[in-house]
Design a binder for this molecule. Structure first.
Ligand code: COA
Length: 201
């Protein structure tokens, strides 16, 4: 994936319960609520935002990923309600590698919605973008995130000690990864077929 080979237009994904679409300016208040919720930011490596302007700045960064061939970030929408975002960044095209990131309002946790979204996102990453390896870095103690990755078939590669500097101190991060062949072999058993792959519209 590089700037010149970014397929256009933005790849909207549809799953049984969700629409995964590009960010738009009207999402700012809803995303600001999600990105400033303490339960959501607890394990994220960023200084929690205090102003809407900071949220809008992050939205611009995420929106630019796709047109500049540096990744892709989707908004998760359920019946018109914005729940959060997910997508790929930190691409290493020469290694066919990408990092996956995700976050969702806590009121939407516990319903399998992020598993459903990432099932479609991983299918797109391995199938359409041609990734060989997708990795995720999880702050120590983020059990929900590690459980999610486990459900999707990720392998726990190990602990990266003092890997990031966040909120005044170094934090350990657990590295998890999934390879294209593992996704190809495992996805059928991982999720019910209705949740397995999203359609691109
Ligand atoms: C990480 C995060 C997205 C996980 O959300 P989640 O809702 O727990 O994840 P899933 O979509 O996989 O849902 C799993 C839960 O739904 C339940 N569930 C219900 N129906 C389900 C279905 N059809 N399929 C899968 N799980 C289902 C599961 O039992 C599980 O519930 P439990 O945690 O009570 O056991 C969420 O906690 C979050 O946004 N955290 C803050 C941001 C963050 O930490 N991001 C990651 C940084 S590395």
């Amino acid at each position: 994936m590089s700037p010149q080979d970014s397929p256009k237009p933005f790849p909207v994904l549809v799953t049984p319960r969700l629409v995964l679409r590009s960010l738009c300016a009207e999402d700012a208040p809803a995303l600001h609520r999600v990105w400033t919720e303490p339960a959501v930011t607890e394990y994220l490596v960023l200084t929690p935002f205090s102003s809407l302007g900071e949220t809008e700045g992050m939205m611009r960064i995420l929106t630019d990923l796709w047109p500049f061939g540096q990744g892709v970030r989707w908004v998760l929408e359920e019946e018109g309600r914005v729940l959060g975002t997910c997508g790929f960044h930190n691409l290493a095209p020469e290694h066919r590698r990408a990092e996956v990131g995700y976050e969702m309002a806590s009121e939407a946790w516990g319903r399998g919605l992020m598993s459903e979204a990432l099932s479609a996102v991983l299918e797109f990453g391995f199938g359409t973008l041609g990734f060989h390896r997708v990795e995720a870095f999880v702050n120590r103690g983020n059990r929900r995130s590690e459980a999610l990755l486990g459900r999707l078939g990720f392998h726990h590669d190990g602990c990266l000690r003092d890997y990031e500097f966040s909120r005044g101190g170094f934090v350990d991060q657990e590295c998890h990864s999934l390879l294209d062949r593992e996704w190809g072999e495992g996805r059928g058993a991982l999720l019910p077929s209705s949740l397995r792959c999203g359609s691109v519209v």
